[in-house]
Design a protein around this ligand. Structure first.
Ligand SMILES: Cc1cc2nc3c(=O)[nH]c(=O)nc-3n(C[C@H](O)[C@H](O)[C@H](O)COP(=O)(O)OP(=O)(O)OC[C@H]3O[C@@H](n4cnc5c(N)ncnc54)[C@H](O)[C@@H]3O)c2cc1C
Length: 417
């Protein structure tokens, strides 16, 4: 058994940021990072975007070479943790090695969800979670295939745009009657649908697949509620299952809907074990139940929080959740979280493709969605952070005066505290 220090299980976004933060905050002990993949920690957002479309693969490392060297991390790649012993404080690896720890951080992310009738071993069936998945899909797209995408969520739609720009013909199957209607105001969902069709995708809304069979010449035969379809590639983008089994089997608390339960400091139900990123479920300010946030920002924020908590240092102030997606040429950013019964105001003209919606309840802003208007969303962020009621009757609906209105609201809020 090696000498104890911090053992990080997982070698992705949040693992790398946590290790780097530990060093930045002065931690001098051993940091051992276990990664099931063969790569150093890399950024996943480009996997559905530039990795599929650009001639040259973009740089993906989470830490620059310099930051990686300075972080002095012992990375054990191709190494899977298979058990966690909370009493003895050690992690068991698939190859029989055992690592002791003072503190353990679980940063195992998640797996692309699969469906029972999909032949996952078929060479032209794709999920997109890892760099190797994305490289395999890119190679297929170079053949300009006929592609079906199962799932019209942010990821499925990003991949649809990338596949179209690579010259593929694309059909998207989405079980719901409209796109992303749980996450976006209805107008934004309708805009997304129109832009997807303009880009050339065939959208099958309210349609699910019920079976997939291999057909001659390596193609796939899809059975849908609306009939049969034959394609070259099937891309399955139907969500994520958090990698929480290590924690669950060790006896750590796991949320009902999945995800390792962590408190505000990213500590699990064991005082020596922390968790961050896509594998966690956390109750955030203003929420009544723990939820999972599968976003780049959350992975980074929780990593910094967990690192500070491991060192008993002051915790960073929790950030308002933020997420972005690139849908072809269009950038969409989301601030805060959707909730039932929000009243939305819209700024900008939908036809100009530059627009922002703010959803509020009792006049308090809770959910912002910006299409090609990220700077407007940034301008309004301080008002989300304050969490106070605002005067929406004065909200500038046209393209001017947003900053002046934000200042006015800040002054008003300060005066009424
Ligand atoms: C294709 C794609 C596009 C995305 N686009 C966006 C975007 O546009 N905007 C946005 O905000 N977010 C986006 N995200 C989400 C964002 O990338 C993730 O939220 C983030 O990567 C989560 O980081 P993580 O460290 O929790 O998990 P990961 O980055 O998934 O890292 C987890 C690592 O742990 C390893 N692991 C798991 N179990 C074990 C084990 N038992 N032993 C050893 N290693 C293990 C895994 O192999 C993996 O390498 C995207 C994600 C994907 C997949």
């Amino acid at each position: 058994m090696t000498s104890p220090g911090v053992v990080i299980v997982g070698a992705g976004q949040s693992a790398a940021v946590a290790a780097h933060t530990l060093r930045e905050q002065g931690y001098r002990g051993c940091i051992t990072m276990l990664g099931r993949e063969r790569h150093r920690p890399y950024e996943r957002p480009p996997l559905s975007k530039a990795v599929l479309t650009d001639i040259e693969e973009p740089r993906l490392e989470v830490l620059t070479e310099d930051a990686w060297v300075r972080s002095d991390i012992e990375l054990l790649s191709n190494s899977e943790a298979v058990a966690l012993d909370l009493r003895r404080r050690h992690v068991c690896l698939a190859d029989g090695r055992v690592l002791g720890y003072e503190k353990c951080l679980i940063a195992t992310g998640g797996e692309a969800h699969t469906l029972p009738f999909v032949p996952t071993a078929h060479p032209r069936v794709h999920h997109i979670r890892t760099l190797d998945d994305a490289r395999r899909l890119r190679a297929s797209l170079q053949l300009r295939p006929e592609v079906a995408i199962l799932g019209g969520g942010f990821l499925g739609l990003e991949v649809a745009h990338s596949a179209l720009s690579a010259g593929a013909s694309v059909t998207v199957f989405e079980r719901a009657a409209s796109l992303l209607d749980r996450f976006l105001p209805c107008e934004a969902s309708a805009w997304l649908e129109a832009r997807m069709r303009d880009a050339g995708a065939k959208l099958m809304l309210g349609a699910s697949l019920s079976d997939v069979r291999a057909s001659p010449r390596g193609r796939m035969h899809l059975i849908t509620g609306a009939g049969a379809l034959e394609v070259d590639d099937l891309i399955v983008a139907v969500g994520l299952s958090p990698n929480d089994s290590l924690a669950r089997e060790a006896g750590l608390e796991v949320a009902v809907g999945g995800g390792i339960l962590v408190d505000a400091s990213c500590r699990t139900s064991d005082e020596h074990v922390f968790a961050c990123g896509d594998c966690t479920s956390q109750q955030r300010p203003g929420q009544t139940v723990p939820t999972r946030l599968e976003s780049w920002q959350n992975a980074n924020e929780q990593a910094r929080t967990a690192a500070a908590a491991m060192l008993s240092a002051p915790l960073p102030v929790p950030a308002v959740p933020w997420f972005w997606t690139d849908q072809g040429q269009h950038n969409i950013q989301v601030l805060g979280l959707p909730a039932p019964d929000l009243e939305y105001v819209r700024r900008g003209d939908l036809a100009s493709d530059k627009v922002m919606w703010i959803g509020h309840r009792s006049s308090v802003p809770l959910h912002g969605v910006a299409i090609n208007a990220g700077s407007d969303l940034r301008a309004i962020r301080p008002l989300f952070e304050r969490g106070q009621p605002l005067q929406w009757e004065d909200f500038p609906l046209d393209t001017t005066n947003l900053r002046a209105w934000v200042k006015q609201m800040q002054a008003h809020a300060s005066a009424t505290v």
